[in-house]
Design a binder for this molecule. Structure first.
Ligand code: ZN
Ligand code: FE
Length: 258
């Protein structure tokens, strides 16, 4: 499987996912038409499917352009996003698993940022999986709670935390450096955060994306996976007895104004 990030708008990523033999070509989050069509033209000009992580415009605005060029392409999204994703033809529930050529795709329902948010876990053969997390999980961050509660997001992040640590994480935005500044504020003595700050700065200095991260790296650095850590709780004044959802609420609010 080959995954190519396609920069869109100011800081979005669409992704072109191709099977090793090139027969299957899937776009995750067609943010805007022109850059994604250019990426598709680069490799033989076919399109197998569009996968939408959620209904926000910066993740689906390109669907109509892609469908105009590739009529009849199936468009996948969560069942509850019916009417909100342009061109949607497939209505997925949590755990839905399907094949596109040699690729196997499992949809995880991860509400919180939006009610119909999905993460697509894509595998080909024995390779580590690629998880397309949209605006639910970012490198070193998580999405804002526009349509869900802290409890929803806590459960959703718990599903992602349970994926194998080598799972690659492809998120919807290049927010990594600013997220890491917040992570370093949350846990000043976390050496994994410090290392990742340097790694991200080097990549961005060369104009390269910071994706993919991995689930293992996120568990070590992402404040929204680490709300139980004593140092983080101390930073934000979260009592030791507060539950995970309450801790996430406090950390999310602190990030909103950081
Ligand atoms: Zn969004
Ligand atoms: Fe977004």
């Amino acid at each position: 499987m080959k995954v190519t990030p396609v920069p869109c708008y100011a800081d979005n990523y669409a992704y072109l996912v191709e099977s090793a033999d090139g027969t299957c070509r899937v776009v995750v989050d067609a943010s805007e038409g022109p850059p994604v069509l250019t990426a598709l033209d680069g490799g033989g000009g076919t399109l197998t499917a569009i996968l939408a992580t959620h209904h926000h415009g910066d993740h689906v605005d390109g669907n109509r352009d892609l469908l105009a060029r590739f009529p009849g392409t199936p468009v996948y999204g969560h069942a509850s996003d019916r009417g909100r994703i342009p061109g949607q033809t497939e209505y997925l529930e949590d755990g839905a698993t399907f094949s596109l050529g040699p690729l196997t795709i499992r949809a995880l329902h991860v509400p919180g940022h939006t009610t119909g948010a999905l993460t697509y876990v894509v595998t080909e053969g024995a390779e580590p999986a690629a998880a397309f997390t949209g605006d639910t999980l970012f490198a070193a961050g998580c999405g804002r709670l526009f349509e869900g509660t802290p409890a929803d997001m806590t459960r959703s992040l718990g599903k992602l935390a349970a994926l194998p640590p080598e799972t690659r994480v492809y998120c919807g935005h290049e927010y990594t450096e600013s997220n890491l500044r917040f992570a370093a504020h949350a846990e000043p003595s976390n050496a994994a955060v410090e290392a990742k700050v340097a790694e991200a700065a080097a990549l961005r200095a060369e104009g390269r994306p910071t994706v993919p991260s991995t689930i293992g790296s996120e568990l070590a650095t992402n404040p929204f996976f680490r709300t139980g850590e004593p140092e983080l709780r101390n930073t934000f004044g979260i009592p030791a007895g507060a539950d995970a959802a309450e801790a996430l609420r406090v950390v999310r609010e602190a990030k909103n104004t950081f």
